[in-house]
Design a protein around this ligand. Structure first.
Ligand SMILES: Cc1ncc(COP(=O)(O)O)c(C=O)c1O
Length: 584
């Protein structure tokens, strides 16, 4: 829908300020669609546009109460639109005007924003020919107010504790068999027994981590019903990826009727049939029919689906899809979308309240260089926030190296605690950690956690660190990027010339080499790369006077001392070493 009013901007001219960002998504076209949905009715003190803008901006405002956030958002609106008529002053008036605005107006804005997002993210929106959307639901506890208790109800039933089956020797017995290799997803309700709860079902773009559409309901709502209501929001070309809770005739039929595709984890309870209408006994990949008994009684037709088996870390997982032709959705692509959908989440859903913290190198440097996949860090941030765990970034390698603010600046994801070293002390023995005030307040002398070290605050290391900090200018990062790109290209070209399959992952001045045909996305991929060839390459390179890390699980870095001649020499030596390895 990009017209003259909403150009698809390349990254270089991406909006800079918050106001720019809002204007970039809320284009005149979006407002036109809201206007059409609203018809003529108008609230007196609150026109539609300020009403919606203030409502939106409130979600970004800090403040303990809604009226406080309203004050900030309104002030922002007034400051940015000085020539426009001032909207009403009171929160009560704002709430009243909002209450009068038909829901279809907000839906029209959301629909228009979705079209805009599809245009803005143009090439990244489709992945392997699909728009991969994940769907999931969560139950959230609300504060106990009389109004919420009345609207949402309270859960009369307390959560029943399941008695553990006792096996031999008093240990808990084995879990009941769920079907062929099917780990069911044990979602534990998070709230206390009687707090009012809401259920939110959300659809998210799996590649971008972008929230696409959502539905809110009472804590007892059904996510399948929610998703059926969201079908109209799903774009053509969408592939909906969901867990076993979404297997249901009405929903699958609605998706099918809307011309949408799904890829859903199979539940062992799903009644499947083979083409001659006899029940499927053993799972095997290929065409089957989903046909619950109740549906058969009403003479409704079965839904043809394809069974797919995806290799998991521990067990294999079975999925069903209505994309019957394998070439349109090969197993490899389906496996990728499945993994995107379940990345990290399975662990959190199972052990959420026991995970105190997630510690991660935001760009892995200790298994070779493995940059984070799309939405990996954002996903960790989301999940750790949802489950109240801390997110700790080990930026010992990446801190000050990939940007002055490390990986957190580069990827725009803030950790709760950050560990630093290496560049921080310019090679002197210096490490540091920092983080949220409330967490660091736990350390002595403010808090009960005692921490000390022989070299802590060592004056020489601190002086070296301070001198390093003074050198971290944008020009330094620009020249490091230039030289590192030169080295990366040189190594790749040398590998091509030597007819060797090589990966050269790089983020800024941090890079590595793997011998193998496929890019490395995780530790398993890294382990599968050819270590013997790397070893030969290392020794051949050392003979040529260049000392690389002795294993492919280490990264190497450029510093400001590496200038053009050093980079060229390294490329020449690598080219000779690669030829030697190939001929050996
Ligand atoms: C990412 C990362 N974190 C932590 C460390 C270890 O730091 P220390 O030796 O201070 O324990 C290293 C060491 O190289 C590292 O690469």
């Amino acid at each position: 829908m990009s017209g003259p009013a909403c150009p698809t901007a390349p990254a270089a001219v991406a909006p800079q300020s918050f106001l720019n960002c809002l204007g970039y998504i809320l284009t005149p076209q979006v407002w036109k669609q809201a206007q059409q949905a609203a018809g003529r009715r108008r609230a007196l003190r609150w026109q539609r546009q300020p009403l919606i803008l203030v409502l939106l901006v409130m979600t970004w405002c800090a403040g303990d109460s809604l009226p406080e956030r309203f004050e900030t958002a309104r002030a922002f609106y007034v400051a940015c639109h000085q020539r426009r008529r001032r909207p009403g002053k009171t929160f009560a008036g704002f709430e009243k005007a909002l209450g009068k605005m038909p829901l279809r107006v907000l839906r029209a804005v959301a629909g228009a924003v979705r079209q805009r997002l599809a245009a803005v993210f143009a090439e990244r929106f489709r992945v392997d020919g699909w728009i991969p959307l994940g769907c999931d639901g969560s139950r959230l506890a609300c504060s106990r107010s009389a109004e919420l208790e009345q609207r949402l109800g309270v859960r009369a039933k307390k959560r029943r504790r399941r008695k553990k089956k006792i096996g031999p020797a008093g240990r808990p017995g084995p879990k009941p068999e769920l079907g062929p290799g099917l780990p069911e997803n044990p979602k534990k309700p998070k709230a206390g027994p009687d707090a009012p709860q809401i259920w939110v079902t959300a659809v998210v773009h799996l590649g971008l981590g972008l929230l696409w559409s959502w539905r809110l309901g009472k804590g007892t709502a059904s996510e399948r019903v929610h998703l059926r209501q969201l079908v109209a929001t799903l774009p053509r070309g969408a592939l909906l990826v969901a867990d076993a809770g979404y297997v249901g005739y009405a929903l699958l039929n609605a998706l099918q009727a809307a011309g949408l595709c799904f890829l859903i984890r199979l539940t062992s309870r799903a009644p499947l049939y083979v083409p001659d209408k006899s029940a499927l006994k053993h799972y095997c990949e290929g065409l089957v029919y989903y046909w619950p008994q109740k549906v058969q009684k009403h003479d409704l037709p079965p839904i043809p689906v394809r069974l797919l088996r995806i290799r998991g870390d521990q067990t294999d997982v079975w999925l069903i899809t209505n994309v019957l032709e394998e070439h349109r959705l090969p197993r490899k692509t389906a496996g990728k979308f499945y993994r995107w959908r379940w990345r990290n989440e399975g662990l959190f859903r199972t052990y959420g309240d026991q995970i105190a913290a997630v510690l991660v190198e935001p760009i892995a440097g200790n298994m070779g260089v493995v940059p984070p996949g799309p939405d990996f860090l954002e996903g960790l941030r989301r999940m750790t926030r949802e489950f109240g765990s801390l997110l700790v970034f080990d930026e010992v390698i990446t801190g000050f190296r990939v940007a002055p603010g490390g990986a957190q600046e580069k990827y725009g994801v803030a950790a709760d605690v950050t560990c630093l070293g290496k560049i921080l002390g310019h090679g002197m023995p210096l490490g540091a950690y920092g983080g949220r005030r409330d967490i660091l307040g736990m350390v002595a002398p403010l808090g009960p956690v005692y921490q000390a070290g022989t070299l802590a605050g060592n004056p020489m290391a601190m002086a070296a660190g301070q001198a390093t900090m003074s050198q971290l200018r944008p020009s330094l990062y620009a020249s490091l990027e230039k030289r590192s790109a030169q080295l990366e290209t040189g190594l790749r070209d040398a590998a091509d010339d030597a007819d060797m399959e090589v990966q050269v992952p790089r983020v800024g001045s941090m890079m590595g080499i793997f011998f193998g045909p496929e890019p490395v996305r995780n530790f398993r991929d890294a382990q599968a790369m050819n270590k013997t060839t790397y070893g030969r390459f290392f020794w051949a390179l050392l003979k040529g006077g260049v000392y690389f890390p002795p294993a492919p699980f280490e990264s190497f870095f450029l510093s400001s001392s590496h200038r053009g001649p050093e980079v060229e020499r390294t490329i020449e030596a690598a080219a000779a070493a690669l030829r030697e390895v190939r001929n050996s």
